[in-house]
Write a protein of this length. Structure first.
Length: 346
């Protein structure tokens, strides 16, 4: 090989090496290790993975569950309370010791009330809060977000959508893209405000609901099981965070690191549930919304959303904790959990 050819080959080699380095430094954030044996016995369609790799140079601990949606030996369900809260282990004991129990919806402490949709056995048992009073100079104004949720239908197909829910309706109504609703002076959501959005036809939504004509807008969301949270983190296999449309975190809070719980599904039909440990300085510092979104994309999620986090984050596998809860290791009582159980679940 002459000197000129060698020089050209070397330059190409360097460029390839740089590209590979950039690819893996950006895409391969952490290495996951299968830890099924630590949580046995498990069916072959459910796997548990753990990482203790650093995340963007910071100490990091996380777990995720991978469960095959089409496995008819698995039951994907949930449980919720009324006016009270239970710890995940209490839900585990209450529900005949299922395979997986994980926190899900946001809630308020004073009424122990879910702030997101929960659908159990095809029935709406909890509703999104659509009316949020503004503060400061906008004290007399309200915003009306449509919260996001993940659902599994009777054919075991998963979907992430933005929902309108109301106690007067048997079903939730879903939009497949986020909708920004302007602020107004009404303490109740007004669907005329969204009639001209890109996802809705030009007629008011009330008319669409009456006519059951949803081809251009909302459709009945007939899910067997669903839990809400937000914001959405992944759309079409890419990081796409809809916090501005859902109003979950204000200001720079979306960039803060916290314990996190999130959920998504893959193109090949697996449900992914992730719990990220946080607020343990020098041990496990948590993740931002963007960081957890990237992790979900790397695992192949085509759609995913954030669930309640912080001190609520807790995931049990066969009754055994994965991450350590941030409140001195003590599980926080929550009003709802997502459950994966075996077919003999009662």
């Amino acid at each position: 090989m002459n000197h000129k050819a060698f020089k050209t080959f070397s330059i190409i080699g360097i460029r390839v090496a740089v590209c590979l380095f950039l690819h893996f430094s950006v895409c391969a954030q952490v290495k996951w290790v299968n830890v099924d044996t630590e949580y046995a016995p498990l069916p072959s369609s459910v796997q548990v993975f753990k990482t203790t790799d650093s995340l963007d140079g910071k100490p990091f601990i996380a777990y995720y569950i991978k469960a095959k949606l089409k496995d008819k030996q698995l039951v994907f369900t949930n449980d919720t309370t009324l006016g009270r809260r239970l710890t995940p282990v209490q839900f585990y004991n209450k529900n005949n010791n299922p395979l997986v129990v994980v926190n899900c919806s946001f809630f308020n402490f004073d009424k122990n009330q879910n702030l997101n949709v929960v659908i159990k056995d095809g029935k709406l048992v909890s509703y999104n809060v659509h009316n949020i009073p503004m503060k400061g100079k906008d004290t007399f104004l309200y915003r009306h977000p449509l919260g996001s949720a993940i659902g599994i239908d009777k054919k075991r197909k998963a979907d992430v959508a933005w929902l309108f829910t109301d106690s007067s309706s048997k079903f939730a109504y879903a939009a497949q893209s986020p909708i920004t609703i302007p602020k107004d002076s009404s303490a109740h959501i007004n669907f005329n405000k969204i009639k001209n959005t890109a996802n809705i036809s030009s007629s008011p939504l009330e008319e669409e609901l009456n006519n059951r004509d949803f081809d251009k807008g909302f459709k009945k969301w007939k899910m067997k099981t669903a839990v809400g949270g937000g914001p959405v983190l992944v759309q079409n296999g890419k990081v796409k965070i809809t916090n501005e449309e859902e109003l979950k975190f204000s200001g720079k809070a979306i960039n803060d690191k916290h314990p996190r719980t999130c959920i998504g599904y893959t193109k090949d039909g697996y449900l992914i549930i992730m719990a990220i440990q946080g607020r343990f300085a020098g041990i496990a510092e948590g993740a931002t919304l963007k960081q957890q979104a990237k992790l979900l994309v790397e695992l192949g999620c085509v759609e995913a959303l954030n669930l309640d986090g912080g001190g609520s984050s807790c995931m049990l596998v066969n009754g055994k904790e994965t991450i350590t809860p941030s409140s001195k290791g003590v599980q926080r009582p929550v009003p709802a959990v997502l459950i994966i159980a075996s077919k003999n679940y009662n």
